[in-house]
Design a protein around this ligand. Sequence first.
Ligand code: 5GP
Length: 180
Amino acid sequence: MHPDGERILLSEETIRARVAELGAEISRDYAGKELLAVSILKGAAIFLADLVRCITVPAFFDFVAISSYGSSAKSSGAVRILKDLDCNIGGRHVLIVEDIVDSGLTLNYLADSLNFRDPASLRICTLLDKPSRREVPVNIHYNGFVIPDEFVVGYGLDYNERYRNLPYIMTLRPQIYEEA
Ligand code: 5GP
């Protein structure tokens, strides 16, 4: 494990197996259709890359970049789109692919704004779900792992931009936060 880590929550093998299951489930549900996966930069990029390779129906993908208004400690839920989608989603089957749903505010906002563009369907797939922290309801169709209320890094998730390239998901030693 990385020396800054406290505990591995999800190993590389565990993640790989679950991503394959999600890909198979999504492929069954979207049989005969084309899928447009929409991810939020940067955290979900690694999950998206692995997930689309486990999907057997034609899968396109695109990215949005967003930033939260207000202080980082308390998200207001209002987010600013820094980079919008390159493509038009009207009439398409859109699947939002997210790394983690925490308060739900980010995803709630994104789903609402994408719904205004009249997709044929809109579903949400998240690798991780922290339901104990939810502030607004989020309708998650595909859920990789329900995890406890702990801050995790790895597999795309960062702390100050670090640890995104770890192939597993771990918690951090408390000293790492204290040093920051
Ligand atoms: P929400 O709007 O659901 O509160 O925020 C979700 C976003 O918060 C995620 O996309 C992610 O960027 C960040 N986040 C929430 N929990 C964690 C965590 O445990 N680790 C990391 N690295 N980011 C998190």
